[in-house]
Design a protein around this ligand. Structure first.
Ligand SMILES: Cc1ncc(COP(=O)(O)O)c(C=O)c1O
Length: 435
């Protein structure tokens, strides 16, 4: 079963069961029930360290690695990333609240969002947010007024569309021009926003931000985006603006399928370092503080989801459906992007993957699949299915569709498992139903 095992964190134990950091995943399914997300703390820490080291090598002491909370947002993640020296970004009042409840320092948070409400802006200013990334014209005046009422000056950055095609799925590519995020350069919007910011007494315009897309496997789009951003940064600096920070976003690709070959973090960041320095030389401007915002690549491959197989249905002339006790409510990525996964029957991990099957969820939707034509060991009712690389954009995207309670998040640290987020109960499902 070696081909499907993604990292040194997985092994097959003496019982022939799949283990994550030494934790028997069949035993975990019995103990915590299914579906359940299981996350390796060591794997998360390993990714944090890889980014911190690579950024130090590339940029010396002037850099930040900011964890993109949206990939996996729950209280337990914040002390982990904080202790590894990361900052974090949030995109809503809810993410901000979660980070604050976890004791994450507000000064190490960036606040994103293309439609921040006044309440969210007040919440950010009142907690002492590190910076707000401004995404639309009217936000400038609204935020300046809120800060003025409190007589508190805060750092802000402008989100820019660098107009880069990141060669990724249309829905997760956010750097091109026809996109709801940020200000365009060609159309003059970025300059207009910069002009407005100059007149804002309570906003310290300190930098620029871009994010070109997600699950990007090429280095070049990041280099092109960095060049566009540094050209703009240099131009605005020549106009007298003191821009000190450049956030180049996240989006670094990860391995979902055995054949995926993402660029290693050290290689990607080293490339970025060369590209940034070259552009700074070309536009004759000092190196700003460089920030990256990885989300998926911090948590994705650190996590698996465990399910119990409920039925195996061979449809003559079509395909074999292996149905599990979760589906699109705990992982909507197949329904959204036709995302593919690799999986394994955890209690048959030592066996060959001799079948090709489609994994179906239990919802009333034909599109409720977790993957089509996947290689798998022969499945039968009662087996424990483990879907790999599900640490990112699963729990954080989960819903209660068909009134399925959200699964727990189990954190494995040094072979010991703890429930980090409790499974929702049926009582939780009706808690807010008033009539
Ligand atoms: C502004 C911003 N930064 C960072 C990220 C994180 O991207 P990823 O999880 O692919 O690294 C996103 C994802 O959508 C984003 O919108």
């Amino acid at each position: 079963m070696k081909d499907g095992l993604f990292s040194e964190h997985f092994s097959v134990n003496a019982q022939g069961h799949l283990a994550l950091d030494g934790l028997d995943l069949v035993g975990a399914a019995q103990e915590f029930g299914t579906p359940a997300y299981v996350i390796s703390e060591d794997a998360v820490r390993g990714q944090c360290r890889a980014y911190m080291q690579a950024m130090k090598d590339a940029f010396g002491d002037r850099f930040k690695v900011s964890y993109a909370s949206k990939a996996l947002c729950a209280k337990f993640i914040y002390p982990i990333v904080q202790s590894e020296g990361l900052h974090a970004d949030v995109v809503s009042g809810g993410e901000l609240y979660t980070a604050m409840q976890a004791g994450f320092p507000a000064s190490k948070l960036h606040f994103h969002g293309n439609n921040k409400s006044d309440d969210e802006l007040r919440q950010a200013v009142d907690c002492g947010i590190g910076a707000v990334v401004i995404d639309c014209m009217d936000e400038i005046g609204r935020l300046n007024a809120i800060c003025g009422q409190r007589r508190r000056r805060i750092p802000v950055l402008l989100r820019i569309k660098p107009g880069v095609d990141a060669h990724t799925h249309e829905f997760i590519s956010t750097g091109h021009n026809d996109c709801k995020f940020g200000f365009g350069i060609e159309d003059g919007q970025a300059y207009e926003a910069a002009r407005l910011l100059r007149g804002c007494e309570w906003l310290d315009f300190c930098g620029l931000h871009c994010h070109i897309g997600s699950q990007v496997f090429l280095k070049e789009p990041f280099g092109v985006a960095a060049d566009v951003m540094i050209r703009l940064l240099a131009e605005l600096r020549r106009d007298g603006l003191d821009l000190r920070e450049l956030i180049l976003g996240g989006g670094f690709g990860v391995r979902y399928m055995p054949e995926d070959r993402p660029v290693p973090v050290s290689e990607m960041v080293s490339y970025l370092g060369d590209a940034v320095r070259q552009s700074c030389r070309m536009y004759d401007t000092p190196l700003p503080e460089i920030v990256v915002e990885p989300g998926r690549s911090i948590v994705c491959t650190a996590g698996v989801t465990l399910y119990t197989v409920g039925s195996v249905k061979a449809v003559p002339g079509a395909r074999t459906y292996v149905a599990v006790d979760g589906g699109m409510p705990d992982n909507p990525r197949f329904a959204l992007y036709q995302a593919q996964y690799d999986a394994c029957i955890a209690n048959k991990a030592a066996q060959e993957k001799s079948e090709i099957v489609t994994i179906a969820g239990k919802c009333c939707e034909s599109g409720d699949l977790l993957g089509r034509d996947m290689h798998l060991q022969p499945a039968q009712r009662g087996d424990v299915l483990c879907v790999f690389s599900t640490g990112a954009y699963t729990y954080s995207m989960a819903s209660n569709y068909n009134r399925l309670p959200r699964p727990p998040v189990v954190l494995v640290s040094g072979g010991r498992a703890q429930v980090a987020v409790r499974r929702e109960s049926y009582a939780d499902l009706v808690r807010n139903d008033l009539l």
